[in-house]
Design a protein. Structure first.
Length: 613
């Protein structure tokens, strides 16, 4: 089973020898990387970063836009910046800046802290753009970046910001940053984030405000610094048609502003929104275009508008962070438990005389075969419903109920195994009722918050056993105490996993395309923290694991919440020493246990990993 890897995988992964492998150079298997890391004692969920996938996306973006520019003989240039809000983690950002250096790939900041990061790490010749609402301090910081020699553009979201720029320009040292104006288009995108664009969007200047802004810049003799207009019609743009409409509108505004005297206006910034395909299913695709189509449409349409209006063709800026970041990270988490594995023949506790329905279940279990498997599966489920009704009415006891649950689960396992090579539509239709529950050692709220908050699907698949047919319809439970921490089985988007004996074998699930937004939005629900992360560099001989950053300890996370960790430790020590239930000889040992726990992360440990870190 391919798990849709040809749909969402972007040619980054391949299934070979029953394992998910990277397609680059030595083509290592992800499961082998995971096992090596775990052999060093790192347990719990792991976040693997692959820098070569960052490099691939940057190269692909620049090469396709430059190809379109050459094909249409476009006179403007292409430039991109990465919006730091998508992923600000250092092991991502530092690699991105290094890999983007030869392209002059820049950074976009939307807060003071992000602007500080951009000023500290941006490539010297690469642009910086600053979006979002700004106070005088943030604007002054933009002036400092310009005085440092950066090619920085402050994008104005409101006229009050422009007033601050004009005032600060009078008091600084003569170096003024580039000025951009965010335009409020009537055009908007589609999908969850469509409200980012359109006339009622949060950001941007109306036509009237644009005229006021240009006149204010003229009066302040700063119009020569006005070099960019910016628009954004939404994240994860699923359809290309709304973008085409927005480009025509923005192109005409660009031309009109030049005619008003903004002769140094030379760039149109399309913002972000370039979509990533997350679907594992052909009939559930999120995106109806390719990057080549996107680039061609942008270049062609802006060229047509510029020619029609008799103005210079604008430089093209984009700020598509999801497209760059999503692919590079894979979350790997071990399965801790399959709940049906509690139901074994050894757990049966039959009476000398059992209720007739339990005797029938006994017979079904021992006589099931390939010919009658589907019929017996139906019968067993019906029998369980009847027995549960009898239990509620008081006609059978808890022992009978337990035997019923065990028999039905054993019959389900046998039936699914007998029918695994057959395509019974009816069997598929009842998978929701016979699903297996996989307890996985991670937190959805910490590592996949967009699934919880927005219903965003992320590709999920096991890392090995891919030469075996998965037979269990799967729902995935995380280890939080929240009922929302679950990927429920969905018959329209079915996930099938393997029936494994976890007492003998490990079983790891990979959650792909998690490099955009998930880390920075991750919540501390139940005080689970960012997984242990590492960067994996692949070469033609194998791979190297570097920059291992362990998950925060319990002490660290409590300190983040402004607890006094020393006070907690002293309170615990005092309570242990004052407990009448603890012998004096045991106190030192218990204090040692507490110390070790406080200095470890909060993820669960399996029996196999008790001796690990």
């Amino acid at each position: 089973m391919s798990y849709g890897i040809d749909i969402w995988g972007n040619d980054n992964f391949i299934i070979r020898d029953g394992k998910v492998k990277l397609t680059t150079l030595s083509q290592p298997a992800i499961i082998d990387i995971v096992k090596e890391i775990r052999s060093e004692g790192y347990t719990g969920p792991l976040l693997l970063r692959f820098p070569h996938l960052i490099k691939k996306q940057i190269h692909f973006m620049y090469s396709l836009f430059n190809q379109a520019i050459k094909e249409f003989q476009y006179k403007g240039k292409f430039q991109a910046v990465y919006p730091l809000k998508v992923n600000q983690f250092p092991n991502f950002v530092k690699n991105l800046v290094k890999l983007g250096e030869k392209y002059n790939y820049g950074l976009e900041a939307g807060s003071k802290a992000e602007l500080i990061l951009a000023m500290a790490y941006n490539n010297p010749k690469a642009p910086i753009t600053v979006n979002g609402f700004k106070d005088r301090e943030m604007i002054a910081l933009g002036f400092i970046a310009s005085e440092m020699g950066y090619n920085i553009t402050l994008t104005i979201e409101g006229l009050n910001e422009l007033e601050s720029i004009i005032e600060i320009a009078k008091k600084r040292f003569g170096t003024v940053p580039n000025i951009g104006l965010r335009i409020r288009l009537h055009s908007s995108g589609t999908g969850i984030w469509a409200k980012s664009g359109g006339i009622n969007s949060k950001f941007g200047l109306t036509s009237t405000e644009l005229i006021v802004a240009v006149n204010a810049l003229k009066e302040a003799k700063l119009l020569d610094h006005f070099s960019m207009i910016h628009f954004h019609i939404g994240s994860q743009i699923s359809e290309i048609a709304p973008l085409k409409k927005a480009l025509r509108e923005a192109g005409n505004i660009y031309a009109e502003l030049i005619k008003m005297g903004a002769t140094n206006l030379q760039s149109i910034n399309l913002g972000g929104g370039l979509a990533v395909e997350y679907s594992q299913y052909e009939n559930k695709l999120h995106r109806n275009y390719t990057l080549q189509e996107y680039a061609n449409d942008v270049v062609y349409l802006l060229r047509e508008v510029a020619l029609a209006k008799g103005v210079k063709e604008p430089n093209i800026f984009i700020e598509s962070g999801r497209y760059i970041a999503a692919h590079h990270a894979v979350l790997v988490a071990p399965v801790l438990e399959l709940f049906s594995q509690e139901y074994t023949e050894e757990k049966l506790d039959l009476k000398e005389i059992n209720p007739p329905l339990i005797q029938e279940l006994f017979d079904l279990y021992h006589t099931i075969n390939a010919r009658n498997a589907l019929e017996y599966l139906h019968d067993s489920i019906d029998h369980m419903e009847s027995l549960l009704t009898l239990f509620d009415l008081g006609y059978v006891d808890l022992q009978d109920r337990s035997n019923t649950e065990i028999f039905v689960n054993l019959i389900i396992k046998k039936a699914v195994d007998l029918l695994k090579d057959k395509q019974y539509k009816e069997l598929l239709s009842i998978q929701e009722r016979v699903q297996e529950r996989y307890l996985v050692n991670f937190s959805i709220f910490q590592s996949l918050p967009d699934f919880w908050g927005l219903g965003q699907h992320f590709p999920i698949m096991p890392l090995d056993r891919l030469d075996e047919k998965p037979t269990r319809s799967a729902s995935i439970w995380d280890i939080t105490c929240d009922s929302d921490g679950e990927f429920s089985f969905n018959p329209k988007k079915p996930l099938f996993l393997h029936d494994v004996d976890l007492s003998k074998d490990d079983y790891f699930l990979g959650f792909f395309l998690v490099g955009a937004y998930q880390e920075v939005l991750g919540m501390k629900h139940n005080l689970f923290t960012h997984p242990t992360e590492m960067t994996v560099f692949v070469d033609d001989k194998g791979y190297k694991i570097e920059n291992i950053l362990e998950s925060q300890s319990i002490n660290d996370i409590l300190e983040d919440l402004d607890y006094d960790v020393k006070e907690i430790q002293e309170n615990l020590k005092e309570k242990i020493e004052n407990s009448n239930l603890i012998e004096d000889s045991e106190r030192k040992h218990i204090l040692g246990e507490i110390y070790l726990l406080l200095n470890d992360n909060g993820y669960l440990k399996t029996i196999k990993s008790e001796n690990h870190k």
